[in-house]
Design a protein around this ligand. Structure first.
Ligand SMILES: [Zn+2]
Length: 126
C-alpha cells in the first residue's frame, strides 16, 4: 500500500496493545451494516479500517485520497481507543449519548491532533 497503514499493525494505547487491521469492504460486514469506514472494538482491543479503494462510493477517487482518508479514520479510531483506555467510555453517558462518544469531538481531535502535535513540537512542549 502506497503511504498506507500497515495491514496488520499494533499500537500501544496507554499500556494496552490494540491491533490495527485493514480489511477490504467485503471482508467485514460491519462496514456495510453500520456504514462505517472504520471502527474501534473496545472489547477486542482492535481497530479495523476499511481499505478505502474497496469502499462503495469511493471508486473513482485516487489511491492517495483513499490513503489520506484511512489515516484520518485511524486517528479518529485511536482517539476512541485512548478514551476507552482512560475509562472514558460508557460510564460517560449523559443525555442522549455520552460526551466521550460524541463523534464531533472525536473528529475534532482526529483532525486537529497532527496540527496540535506539530505546534507542541515547534515549541518544545513534547
Ligand atoms: Zn467515532
Amino acid at each position: 500500500m502506497m503511504n498506507g497503514i500497515c495491514a496488520m499493525g499494533k499500537v500501544d494505547v496507554l499500556g494496552t496493545e490494540y491491533t490495527i487491521e485493514v480489511k477490504k469492504y467485503d471482508e467485514d460486514e460491519s462496514f456495510d451494516k453500520n456504514s462505517f469506514c472504520g471502527y474501534c472494538d473496545e472489547e477486542m482491543k482492535k481497530i479495523v479500517l476499511c481499505d478505502m479503494t474497496t469502499y462503495p462510493g469511493f471508486d473513482g477517487e485516487s489511491e492517495e485520497k483513499a490513503r489520506i482518508s484511512e489515516r484520518q479514520t485511524l486517528r479518529h479510531e485511536m482517539v476512541h481507543a485512548f478514551f476507552n483506555e482512560s475509562g472514558l467510555s460508557y460510564s460517560s453517558n449523559a443525555y442522549s449519548r455520552g460526551w466521550a462518544k460524541n463523534e464531533e469531538m472525536v473528529d475534532w481531535i482526529a483532525i486537529q491532533g497532527p496540527k496540535i502535535f506539530k505546534a507542541w513540537q515547534e515549541v518544545g512542549a513534547v
